[in-house]
Design a protein around this ligand. Structure first.
Ligand code: CMP
Length: 382
């Protein structure tokens, strides 16, 4: 059995699973331990669960500190990073609170800080952090609009309503509270303007609140989409440049193609295209292998090869079933992008057509289809 290094152990699926389990068990145990009519065995069991969770987090903190102290990054660098601070907050507060004499039932409430670990364990949250960082200016503009409406509306409501409802609008802080609950569409209904002008302003504030939140939602959604595109672009760039057939393209063409291709990760024995079905995309093999079921012998295609081009060139159904023979990463190019790209790069179109013609010859498939779209105008092929 291969010996697992400490780094390998920390990054292993088993340890990750243990982290998730400890986090889930801990976050369930913390609220349960506050139940007043808990019997003694249940309380003891919950305490054991909480101490076990704490032990897992302490091992993780010690392991990471030890590993980082051995790597180029210094140990203090890790402990000052957001990950290190969250790991420290997961381990130290409860024992410290118990040490200074805080009752266990109160001290364990500090274990609710474990929820911060989700920010490290769930990758989507780090993406949210990057989106907020990139869109900070746009989000701040939305916040400033929020503040402007808040202040102007609360001053107006203070002036209009203070005489009639001094208990609700008698001071600016009270009017500000009303403005916050109205602008956020919370509207507890504890303070309602009585004057006509006050109600008109309240309506504007409510609509303004919806507008501001809509704006924020739009900014975040756009930011997420841009972040995903950026991430996919970086991942696809490496894959595109690793496909020999595409290696000779000039950089602008690689950029264009990288934006068009979609990465598809498939397990072994997955049918990618089925004979007789219509085809609306072709595939480049970035890694792995596929088997094309053709007579008399199946053909295997490895990294760098492509398939699925015949249906795009001829408009006819798929000529063969293609199945993965190992875990495979494909780059998928949809028919519209295929046409747009090959229109700009006829040399690639010619190479694909030449290979398709050779394959059709070998498979005995008809050479051309009257209905099929031609890729290169006045092509000598077919
Ligand atoms: P298409 O017909 O769209 O879908 C099945 C694909 O299998 C086909 O495109 C070709 O890319 C591929 N294919 C068909 N015949 C052969 C062959 N003889 N050798 C290699 N690949 C083939």
């Amino acid at each position: 059995m291969a010996k697992l290094s400490p780094l390998g152990l920390l990054k292993s699926r088993a340890f990750r699973l243990l982290q998730y389990l400890a986090l889930a068990a801990g976050l369930v145990a913390v609220p349960l331990i506050t139940l007043p009519d808990l019997d003694v065995p249940a309380r003891v069991l919950l305490n054991i669960v909480l101490w076990c969770c704490l032990a897992v987090f302490a091992c993780e903190l010690a392991g990471k500190t030890w590993l980082r102290s051995k790597s180029v990054q210094s140990e203090s660098h890790y402990l000052r990073s957001s990950e290190g601070v969250i790991d420290l907050l997961a381990v130290l507060p409860v024992p410290l609170a118990l040490l200074i004499g805080i009752p266990a039932s109160t001290a364990w409430l500090l274990a609710s800080l474990w929820i911060l670990k989700l920010a490290i364990l769930v990758p989507g949250l780090s993406m949210l952090g990057r989106v907020i960082h990139h869109e900070a200016r746009a989000l701040a503009s939305g916040f400033i609009i929020f503040l402007i409406i808040l202040v102007l509306a609360s001053v107006a409501l203070y002036l209009l309503e203070r005489a009639g409802q001094p208990d609700k609008f008698g001071s600016l802080p009270l009017a500000l509270w009303w403005a916050v609950t109205t602008l956020t569409s919370t509207g507890y209904g504890d303070a309602i303007p009585a004057t006509l002008a006050g109600r008109i302003i309240a309506s504007i504030v409510m609509i303004g609140g919806l507008g501001v939140f809509g704006l924020w939602t739009g900014i975040l959604a756009t930011g997420f989409a841009a972040e995903y595109r950026r991430r996919d672009f970086i991942r696809n760039w490496d894959l595109v440049t690793s496909v020999p057939f595409l290696k000779n393209l000039d950089p602008p063409a690689v950029i264009e193609l990288t934006r068009m291709l979609r990465r598809v990760d498939l397990a072994e024995n997955t049918v990618v295209v089925r004979r007789g079905r219509p085809g609306d995309c072709m595939y480049f093999i970035a890694s792995g292998e596929v088997e094309v079921k053709v007579e008399p012998h199946p053909v295997r295609l490895g990294a760098g090869a492509f398939f699925g081009e015949i249906a795009l060139l001829t408009g006819a159904p798929r000529t063969a079933t293609v199945t993965t023979t190992a875990a495979t990463t494909l780059l998928m190019l949809e028919v519209t992008d295929f046409r747009a790209f090959t229109a700009h790069h006829p040399e690639l179109a010619k190479a694909v057509e030449a290979e398709a013609a050779a394959r059709r010859n070998r498979s005995g498939a008809p050479k051309s289809h009257a209905r099929g779209p031609r890729l290169v105008e006045n092509s000598e092929k077919d």
